[in-house]
Write a protein that binds this ligand. Structure first.
Ligand SMILES: *Cc1c(COP(=O)(O)O)cnc(C)c1O
Length: 395
């Protein structure tokens, strides 16, 4: 059943593991692939671009034939912006499903783009549900598009995109998905879940280095997108048409990043593709969460909503716990963790993605245990307020 994982190596350059949801720890082979220079016009590089596009489409699985892939320079947010600007017509209206920083960022992007939109704001981590989406769409016939975040990386919640998709299409609207931190580890098969477009980037679950994102969209939407974008450089239709015609990116491509990404795609395939990658990340999460809970830490989310991408833990109530000190101690033991993004209680996050396996995750737990001891923290239990907050999820 389980595909054999390629051996996860130790970081060879002595750098700490990045327990962060991108940039993340990459393999030496991925870094090494960047040692060569490529001419952006040359046939060799054009072939590399084409291979990136076809390989990414293949990850969609059944139903991919109706889609095409458009790589876009910049960080992931550039691709989100390109998707929103290109597929939501200027007279369209979006419903943004927000439960964290990335949902908020999409809403902010729409503000800049001057696209009409409403936001269902669920706060820091509560999931937007299908019935809520159905109600809002029924009440507002002007809404043309729903924008959903697949894994909201700010809390780590895996949002219920299936029921969101059902509600969206039952009401005759269109779905756009920010699958930045999920794609490559969690299936997003068009045959099982309807959507018009989704985005992700090089430095998340495919384990490449940062430098570009990609939009995967229905060809019919790409065709219809001509003239929608407010932006020259972020026009997904123009990038797509130009790439199909010339095999080239419109403007200087991140050549080394593309070369590294191809190496990352090869490793992804060798690991068993999306299911293989997803299984390793799930084991990473399970081992890490079990170990942290044994130390007394509590997760923000209960198991049902935990993603295999990143996990939010409440900071211990113990007065001796100081996050900055914890961070520094963890770093000195070889692990970079991530501050939390909750507004109501203090938290921190531990990522499960990147070149790490469960053996590394066991060391993470040991490092956390030792760091607590060094700080003189005797209990990792969170404050009562945190648990009250969490009880809202169950309600
Ligand atoms: C990483 C991420 C993005 C993009 O962030 P950048 O910093 O622009 O790369 C967007 N949405 C989600 C859900 C993410 O995890």
């Amino acid at each position: 059943m389980t595909p054999s994982n390629p051996k996860i190596e130790q970081p060879r350059l002595g750098e700490p593991y990045l327990l962060t949801p991108g940039p993340l720890t990459t393999s030496y082979a991925v870094k090494e692939a960047m040692l060569k220079d490529w001419g952006s016009w040359d046939d060799d590089f054009r072939a590399m671009t084409q291979e990136v596009r076809t390989s990414l489409l293949a990850l969609l699985g059944e139903g991919a034939d109706d889609f095409d892939c458009v790589p876009m320079q910049g960080s992931g947010s550039f691709s989100v912006e390109a998707m929103l600007a290109s597929f939501i017509p200027r007279d369209g209206k979006a419903l943004v499903l927000a439960n964290g920083a990335y949902g908020q960022r999409s809403a902010k992007t729409l503000e800049y783009l001057d696209r009409a939109h409403v936001v269902l704001d669920k706060g820091d981590y509560l999931p937007p549900r299908g019935d809520e989406v159905a109600r809002i769409l029924a009440d507002d016939p002007d809404i043309t598009h729903v924008v959903a975040i697949h894994c909201e990386t700010s809390s780590g919640i895996l949002n219920p995109v299936e029921e969101i998709s059902e509600a969206t299409y039952a009401a005759g609207r269109k779905l756009l998905i920010d699958s930045m931190s999920a794609f490559g580890a969690i299936e997003l098969k068009p045959s099982e879940l309807r959507y018009e477009a989704m985005v992700s980037s090089a430095n998340k679950c495919i384990e490449g280095v940062p430098g570009f994102g990609f939009i995967v969209a229905r060809k019919s939407e790409l065709e219809a997108a001509e003239g929608n974008s407010h932006s020259l450089s972020l026009d997904a239709h123009a990038q797509w048409a130009h790439m199909n015609k010339t095999g080239q990116w419109r403007f200087t491509p991140p050549t080394h990043v593309v070369a590294a990404f191809l190496e990352a795609l090869r490793a992804h395939s060798a690991e068993g593709g999306v299911p293989g990658r997803g299984e390793r990340y799930t084991r990473n999460r399970n081992v890490m969460v079990a170990g942290m809970r044994e130390l007394g830490f509590e997760t923000l989310l209960d198991n049902r909503w935990l993603s295999p991408i990143i996990v939010t833990f409440f900071c211990p109530a113990d007065e001796k716990f100081v996050f900055d000190q914890f961070y520094t101690l963890m770093k000195s033991k070889g692990f970079i963790i991530y501050p939390g993004k909750l507004t109501v209680v203090d938290s921190f996050r531990v990522g499960c993605i990147g070149q790490m396996d469960e053996h590394v995750m066991r060391k993470v737990v040991t490092a956390a245990k030792e760091s607590l001891e060094e700080m003189g923290v005797t209990s990792a239990a969170p404050p009562l307020r945190a648990l009250e907050e969490r009880a809202k999820l169950a309600a």
